[in-house]
Design a protein around this ligand. Structure first.
Ligand code: ADP
Length: 492
């Protein structure tokens, strides 16, 4: 099959979160399975040319916005064993000559233009496509453009929703700018946002849901949750229910090469599930020692607990803070790596950091630091993920590879991948963590307490769980097969 993916991220060269990792993991595995996969992303200014192999210009082409034609170039390259196409624009607003992927007032215009320009390129190519695979709101409009405006031989369109809370809202004139009659899409096609406060606003993700041939999200439980009442920051459940038959969930995998404690260059001592439990624990101890030295942390024998996360509403900042306080009170170490794009949340955590500045049981480190994340995954005994909602979640999967037991709120992908140590409905060998149901401090503390006791008092069971979770297979093999089956279903 020929599969063309449109995305705004591709790890490691352009990554803001889990999306970039998913695109590379899925594309590489599909390529291995013999499919022809091309990924188109914007040619961002910050992309390091040294990370791109065999780059060459394919062609120049025009794309209009507000009836003015702009020049673009498509570059073809190889990154991470994938065929990556980079779209360069010569637009006066310098849409992609920026330091970051998102966070600009004109994000909607930038990505509407990107989606249209990518289709102009595919039209110029005029080569049959089995599946046009779109990821999230920034490129969702491509489903509408491809069906209503462009004459491109595309058999089917799949939209993957990686996080339904981000929907992309725009004005009628923003669609006019890329040649779609905005008023028609607002009224006749009913693509207005469901929030009655904004009756003149178009919801781009909704457009993708209505126009795509299939819609999937990144875990079966999140797919079910999306169809329920607007329980978590989105109100697309009505639209999703109207298109229920085309909605499904496929769990993400993780990059087994990037997240491999056996070959991880960031670790003081590498380790593998094939090692004896004694050597695994020695390696984890070495990881602790390195961080202890670097950050002057206490030499505690009690478990190390932590979180590696964006500190945003989704990740439940209140419970992250309570988790830190509770762990320290219980004599554990707690390490928090992450920062917040929301100034009020960040300010709150700045104060928390000040409060614990002299406490050697805690580390609060505000940075996005890939190398440190690897070291912390290895050093921790437990990873706390108290999310309000979680489409899939990669960090619990990564943690398990490193023998770090997840403590999670049972929602979305966390519910599909973490099974409580005391869940008698789950076979013992499948229990791999600690869970709690509600977004509630005492429920979370109960799970933390059970985890700490498990570590301290049930040494043999704890050690066998560490080995068990390290052996679990969260590679892209199975998810890629599932995507392939979905592609085949919609393209035939
Ligand atoms: P989301 O995509 O919602 O942020 P996921 O759990 O799906 O959450 O993916 C987050 C990814 O980003 C993981 O690979 C995690 O290790 C990484 N990450 C999150 N915060 C940081 C940080 N501060 N430094 C380094 N890596 C981080």
């Amino acid at each position: 099959m020929r599969i063309v993916q449109l995305s705004t991220e591709f790890a490691p060269i352009a990554k803001a979160g889990g999306l970039g990792e998913v695109i590379v993991g899925l594309s590489r595995e599909l390529t291995k399975l013999g499919q022809t996969v091309e990924i188109i992303i914007p040619k961002y200014k910050f992309i390091d040319p040294l990370q791109i192999e065999r780059i060459k210009k394919d062609t120049d082409f025009e794309c209009t916005e507000k009836n003015i034609s702009h020049k673009n170039s498509m570059w073809i390259s190889e990154v991470e064993d994938c065929k990556l196409l980079l779209l360069e624009t010569f637009h006066p607003a310098d849409y992609f000559n920026r330091d970051h992927i998102y966070g600009y007032p004109d994000d909607v215009l930038r990505f509407l233009y990107f989606a249209k320009a990518a289709l102009e390129y595919l039209k110029k190519q005029n080569k049959p496509i089995d599946v046009l695979h779109l990821h999230d709101w920034p490129v969702a409009i491509a489903a509408v453009l491809a069906k209503d405006i462009f004459q491109i031989p595309i058999k089917s369109i799949l939209l993957t929703i990686h996080n339904a809370a981000y929907q992309g809202l725009c004005a009628v004139h923003d669609l006019d700018a890329i040649g779609l009659n905005g008023a028609k899409y607002l009224v006749q096609e009913k693509l207005q946002d469901d929030n009655p406060k904004y009756p003149l606003t178009i919801n781009l993700l909704k457009g993708g849901i209505v126009y795509a041939d299939a819609v999937n999200t990144v875990s079966p439980s999140y797919a079910k949750e999306m169809l329920k009442e607007a329980s978590f920051q989105h109100a697309l459940h009505i639209t999703l229910n109207q298109h229920k038959d085309k909605v499904s969930g496929i769990l993400n995998g993780i990059d087994q090469k990037l997240w491999n404690p056996m070959e991880d260059p960031h670790l003081a001592k590498q380790y593998s599930f094939k090692d004896s439990i004694a050597s695994i624990l020695v390696a984890k101890q070495e990881a602790k020692k390195k961080l202890q030295k670097q950050f002057h942390l206490a030499d505690e024998k009690l478990p190390w607990i932590g979180s590696i996360t964006r500190i945003v509403y989704q990740k439940n900042p209140k419970l992250l803070e309570q988790g830190l306080r509770y762990a320290i009170q219980k004599g554990c170490n707690f390490l928090l790596l992450g920062s917040s794009p929301d100034p009020s949340i960040q300010k709150h955590f700045d104060l928390l950091k000040q409060e614990f500045e002299k406490n050697t049981q805690s580390l609060i480190h505000f940075a996005y630091n890939e190398a440190l994340a690897h070291e912390i995954y290895a050093a921790l005994d437990f990873l706390l993920i108290p999310s309000v909602y979680e489409p899939c979640g990669l960090s619990q999967l990564i943690a398990m590879r490193y023998g770090t037991i997840p403590i999670v709120r049972s929602t979305g992908g966390l519910k599909d991948t973490v099974f409580d140590n005391q869940d008698h409905l789950t076979p013992l060998q499948e229990r791999n963590g600690f869970t709690f149901q509600n977004s509630d401090t005492s429920e979370m503390e109960n799970s933390l307490e059970r985890a700490i006791d498990f570590y301290r008092q049930e040494t043999a069971s704890y050690q066998s769980m560490v080995r068990r979770i390290m052996k679990l297979n969260f590679s892209w093999q199975k998810p890629a097969q599932e995507y392939l089956r979905l592609y085949q279903k919609i393209a035939n």
